[in-house]
Structures are given as C-alpha cells and as structure tokens.
Ligand binder design. Structure first.
Ligand code: NAD
Ligand code: TYD
Length: 335
C-alpha cells in the first residue's frame, strides 16, 4: 500500500483530492485537518468510512502530531492553509502561522521520513503578483502583493529550500483560481451564486475588470495526480485552466445561470491591493500530457447547479453560523 498524507483534506480542493486519491486501489489516505471554519467533515462524507481512509483532526503546526504522520508517508500533499485574501487583509496572523510555520513543521518532519518519495507543496498563482500582460512562467520573479499571497510565497520558497538543502523530494504547484462544488461561500463564485439564489446583492469590487484564470477543481486534482507520478523533484509547475474572465463578465454569467437580473450587481469599493490580472503559462505541465478536461461554460453551469441542489451544504454556513455572519458584516457592512 502507498501511504498518502493529505493535509487540509476537509477543505474545498483537498476533499476533491482525497476522493480521487482513493480511486487508486493501492493508495491508503490519511487526512489531517484542523477543521477551521473552512474545513468541513461534510466534504468527506462519502469517504469517511472508506476502509483505506483515515481522518485525523489536528493542526499542521503541531510537531508531535505531524511527526509520526509524515514519518509513515510515501506521499505528502500539503493543502492545509488559510486561503481567503479578504480575511488576510482583515487579519494576517493565522496566515503566517498556518501557511508558513505549518509548512515548516511538515518539512522538518519530511527531512527524516524514511519512505517519502514526494512532497507536493500546493502553492498558488497569486505568488507571482499581478500580471498586467502575458503569462507567468515558473521561473518568473515572485511579487506577492497581499498577506495571503505573501504567506504562500514564503511557504513555496521554504519548500523549495528543503529540496535544495536537504533533498526532500518537493514539487511546488502553482494553481490558478479553482471553482467547483464545495467551495466555501466566501469566495466569488459560491458567494455570488448563493446570494443570487436568495435575491441578495452580489458585491463586485471596483470596476469589475480584474481578471482571474478559472480552473475546475477536478482538472486541478488530475494535474496533481500526474505530477505525483511524473513530476521532477525540485521543480515548480503552473496549473491553470486557461479561462481568463473579467469578474464583471463572470458575475453576469452567474446571474444568468441563476436566472436573476443584473440589477443585483452592487458595485462596492475595491479590495486594497487588488491584483488586476493573473495568467499562467502551463506549457511545462502540458508537456507531461495534461490539459484541462472541463470546459468553463459547462463547469460553471454544473457548479451553479450543485449549489442549487445542495442547499443543505451551504445554508447552515450562511444562515446558521454567527461567525460567518460577523465576517460578512465586517467585510461588506461598511461598503
Ligand atoms: P479551503 O479554505 O477550502 O480549505 C483549507 C483547509 O485547510 C480546511 O479544511 C481547513 O480546515 C484546513 N486547515 C486550515 N488551517 C489548518 C491547520 N493549521 N492545520 C490543519 N488544517 C488546517 O482551501 P482550498 O481552496 O481548498 O485551498 C487548498 C489549498 O490550495 C491551499 O493551500 C490554497 O492556498 C491552495 N490554492 C487554492 C486555490 C483556490 O482557488 N481555492 C488556488 C490555488 C491554490
Ligand atoms: P476570490 O474568490 O476571493 O479569489 P482570489 O482573491 O483568490 O482571486 O476573488 C476572485 C475575484 O473576485 C477577485 O478579483 C476579487 C473579486 N471579488 C469581488 O469582486 N467581490 C467579492 O465579494 C469577492 C469575494 C471577490
């Protein structure tokens, strides 16, 4: 059996990865997750009782817990992070702690893990900073511009340094904006879909012309599986969907899919330091045989449909969780 440790596996992308990992009949998966506000056991409900899956609740910053888990692993896929840019602008401490220090704790354990053959550091295209034109290549300078992006850049380079210095078999992946089922309703797509479903305004930042490159979460996980087998240690790989869409256009598409009027669009003051555009050159990954399989139009429609048919998943967060309501008030109340 191949022992796989997935951190942050109760989150949006991690839970998709755990499901696809379990399709490998010779993989045994341990999910380590703290279950922060963004981590939810519901995301793993189909696999919680799976005979080759074990869930461990805990913090990646805890060396006593992390040590033995990493020691037993052949593959580590490290998703666990604080992930929302707006929250990092409100308060950055948890981002530094989990995204940077937590990565350090895992890497330290990885140095002495006897069977480890792959440590995948899940980074992000945000480490490149805003890209006014052209496409970021893996060798480009990193210019992160918000606390989330900077903490991810720190972890990205720390992971690389553990390969260069200690020979830990690190691969760094930098994915673009993911979308799909089970994304926490603070991010643009799920927030706007669920607000629109309820006839509430959708708060579009600034002039709405910021561009993101959308990647379906299943395409992301397929790329990770390929890189686990065929990537080269010490290398960085961009993973981008190639779907560059300005936020205002995406918002109109969402409203049309939910069958709501464009008058729900509420222009609100811009996010401070808002990166204008991200765009990835993915030729390095494509040369290994990957290309995205989910067309954006179909993927977006299916995602909207998922939120429509899974209100049980998001209503308790948006309506029942006082922490979400106070976050929403802090973030949008004064706008
Ligand atoms: P998410 O916020 O949905 O999930 C994060 C998970 O990490 C949650 O389950 C949470 O409980 C867990 N976690 C947080 N702090 C922890 C800690 N200290 N110890 C253990 N677990 C902890 O995030 P996501 O969107 O699934 O992102 C996963 C990874 O992918 C992150 O590293 C993120 O930076 C990266 N990424 C995300 C995107 C995107 O568009 N969502 C794009 C590129 C890269
Ligand atoms: P988001 O989903 O937060 O992802 P990221 O900041 O990691 O790219 O935001 C996607 C884009 O949508 C980004 O340009 C900011 C914008 N946005 C809004 O206009 N309004 C919102 O309420 C949110 C959450 C995001």
């Amino acid at each position: 059996m191949v022992e796989v440790l997935v951190t942050g596996g109760a989150g949006f992308i991690g839970s998709q990865f755990v499901r696809s990992a379990l399709a490998h009949e010779d993989w045994r998966v341990t999910t380590l997750d703290k279950l922060t506000y963004a981590g939810r056991l519901e995301n793993l409900r189909e696999v919680l009782d799976h005979p080759r899956h074990r869930f461990v609740r805990g913090d990646v910053c805890d060396p006593e817990l992390v040590g033995p888990l990493v020691q037993g692993a052949e593959i580590v896929v490290h998703f666990a992070a604080e992930t929302h840019v707006d929250r990092s602008i409100q308060a950055a401490g948890d981002f530094i702690r989990t995204d940077v220090y937590g990565t350090f704790v895992l890497l330290e354990a990885a140095r002495t893990a006897p069977r480890l053959r792959r440590f995948v550091q899940i980074s992000t295209d945000e480490v490149y900073g805003s890209v006014p034109e052209g496409a970021s290549r893996e060798t480009d300078e990193l210019r992160p511009r918000n606390p989330y992006a900077a903490s991810k850049a720190g972890a990205d380079r720390l992971a690389y340094s553990y390969w260069a210095t200690y020979g830990v078999p690190v691969i760094v992946t930098r994915a673009s904006n993911n979308y799909g089922p089970r994304q926490f309703p603070e991010k643009l797509i799920p927030l706007f879909v669920t607000n629109a479903m309820d006839g509430l305004p959708v708060p579009l930042y600034g002039d709405g012309l910021n561009v993101r490159d959308w990647l379906h979460v299943e395409d992301h996980c397929r790329a990770l599986e390929l890189l686990i087998e065929r990537g080269t240690a010490g290398e960085v790989y961009n993973i981008g969907g190639g779907n560059l869409v300005p936020n205002a256009e995406l918002t109109r598409r969402i409203l049309s899919l939910v069958d709501r009027p464009e008058s729900l669009i509420q222009r609100v003051p811009d996010r401070p330091g808002h990166d204008r555009r991200y765009c990835l050159d993915t030729s390095k990954l494509r040369s290994l045989g990957w290309k995205p399989a989910v067309p954006f139009e179909a993927g977006l429609a299916a995602t909207v449909n998922w939120y429509r048919t899974n209100e049980w998943w998001w209503r308790p967060i948006k309506e029942g969780d006082p922490a979400f309501r106070s976050y929403y008030e802090r973030q949008y109340g004064g706008r």
